[in-house]
Ligand binder design. Structure first.
Ligand SMILES: [Zn+2]
Ligand SMILES: [Zn+2]
Length: 218
């Protein structure tokens, strides 16, 4: 399936960069994973990428930080179902319910559409869900993270529930057990990944550039 980066700390020419993350998964349904920090920037990047909010059938939110849910107003509409960690605040859930078709609260691992799953809510402090994408050649699964607050290693372990690990895409935050990435065949460090440059250097064959406007084939 195709993954389009819509919002990131870096951007290709013609798109805006900003602190935050959002990507569009083109699977059986179009799933927007996170919404960036600003609805204005999200809207402008979507316009440039030819994505209309009505085309988004599902939204999945990784965690309740402003740089992941701040753009919600640009993408909520009456026919979209929104998957959120069950621990989201009542206020945010209510805000989404008012403008969306449904709010689906996630606890454990679950299927979203064929080939796209959620790890369920992970983490002791900041609760976060990651998505797990099956590669089209069935080589394994790719973890798609927001900030990876529960620890990328824990997210990778959780993703294994759905198949052999193939890759990881998203914000890895302060993740520093870089050797652990050896087992992956594809790595796209995005957003808040502190050791991004080092990961790109360490794994030249399999590290993939992230940034708004990039397309990553999974
Ligand atoms: Zn973040
Ligand atoms: Zn965060």
């Amino acid at each position: 399936m195709k993954l389009r980066i819509v919002y990131d700390n870096e951007a290709k020419e013609g798109l805006e960069s900003d602190w935050g993350f959002s990507s569009l998964i083109e699977a059986e349904k179009r799933i927007l994973f996170d919404t960036g920090a600003s609805s204005e920037i999200l809207s402008r990047n979507m316009l440039r990428l030819g994505i209309r909010k009505e085309d988004i059938e599902i939204i999945a939110l990784s965690h309740e930080h402003w740089d992941h849910i701040g753009g919600l107003d640009a993408v909520l509409h009456q026919n979209v179902a929104v998957y959120v960690p069950g621990s989201f605040s009542k206020g945010t859930k209510r805000r989404i319910e008012e403008k969306a078709a449904a709010v689906i609260e996630v606890s454990g691992p679950a299927d979203i559409v064929p080939g796209v799953h959620t790890t369920g809510e992970l983490g002791m402090g900041i609760k976060e869900q990651s998505l797990v994408l099956e590669t089209k050649e069935s080589e394994g699964v790719v973890a798609l993270t927001g900030c990876a607050h529960p620890g990328l290693e824990n997210i990778l372990n959780a993703a294994k529930f759905f198949g052999e690990l193939y890759g990881a895409i998203g914000g890895f935050h302060g993740f520093d057990k870089l050797k652990r990435l050896e087992e992956l065949k594809m790595i796209a460090p995005c957003h808040c990944t502190v050791r991004k440059a080092e990961i790109m250097r360490m794994y030249p064959g399999k590290a993939v550039r992230c940034g708004a406007g990039e397309i990553i084939e999974v």
